[in-house]
Design a protein around this ligand. Sequence first.
Ligand code: ADP
Ligand code: MG
Length: 387
Amino acid sequence: MKIHEYQAKQLFLDYGINTDKGIVCETPEEVYEAAEKFGKCVVKAQIHSGGRGKGGGVKLASSPDEAREIADNMLGMCLVTKQTGAEGKIVHKVLVTPANEIKKEYYLSVAVDNENAGLVIIASADGGTEIEDMAANHPELIIKENVSVYEGYHGYNGLEVARRMGIPAELKKDFVKMLGSMIKLFLEKNCSLVEINPLIIDGNDKLFALDAKITFDDNALMRHPEIVELRDILEEDPKEVKASEFDLNYISLSGNIGCLVNGAGLAMATMDIISKFGGSPANFLDVGGSATTEKVTAAFEILLSDPNVKAIMVNIFGGIMRCDIIAEGIVFAADKLGINVPLVVRLEGTNVNEGKEILKNSGLNIIAAEDMADAAHKAVNAAKGGM
Ligand code: ADP
Ligand code: MG
């Protein structure tokens, strides 16, 4: 789960990390009032995406009037950044913060290190730009320091990073403490990323988090009702929001074949076999081992709400899940929603004959498939308009 910069900055302050939480505003008038308090200020679009600066979502204002004018343009605009994709994101809120003098910009983050089953501190003496660009163009400038989850963070971890980043001697102690606070926050709140980009040396010669990004591990959210409260549904893909309501594992992708599958492994294999036949999946969707008619209907609703979906491939292996239940779900969903794209169905496993019978008797225009390859082949053809 992602949160906004202003929410991340509040968490930073809770953990003693030096930053300014600023004032969140939803109207140009509120921005005017906030800017009156700060004088020279920065108006920052609050969207769940980085790269806002380059996309026109971070603007300096030298007067309250100018801040109001900037906000007037920024609020409601569709902000496109490198991370949002071409469709961009609508700006519903802006953050007004005092303008800072920047003496130096660094990059600093803490992330999960899958390879070493621990944490990794990622840092660079050159902050401000996106880390992905930096990693691609200047991998030698990226500093990595592993932190064991068993041994925890030690001052020497921080000192080593500070040395390699070239943090001035008089700030090293503050740096080690700041990094310790980031790691404490990371572990206590079950984060997957805590990032400061840029971390600056400000006009008072202090380390200061000018930007803040935190991502949380969705699987640990049940431990953190206070974090769940920070969720902003407006920022999320409505299809993914609906999927989470029905406890469906759904991820939206860019292809045109909607997939409805039971089991994550089979869902992955389905995506692979679609690609093998020259097609492209519109989503990953695992309805789980205990899908009900409601769940299957919700799954179809999600697939059909995606204008990119030109064909649907249902791939079910009935184990605990019975094929007749899935077939009933398909018929119910088709009756309720009216499926207007070709529907390819492959059923196998428990009660497969009963399932096929239900589909046959339904009168629905279903393209039956013998096996996975047959289904993928037919779905790819159907999506191309060939069936
Ligand atoms: P993003 O990472 O989404 O582009 P940032 O908050 O990092 O957004 O801002 C982008 C750039 O704008 C920063 O690298 C910095 O140069 C400048 N900037 C942001 N906030 C301030 C501020 N309060 N004072 C001065 N410059 C700022
Ligand atoms: Mg940034």
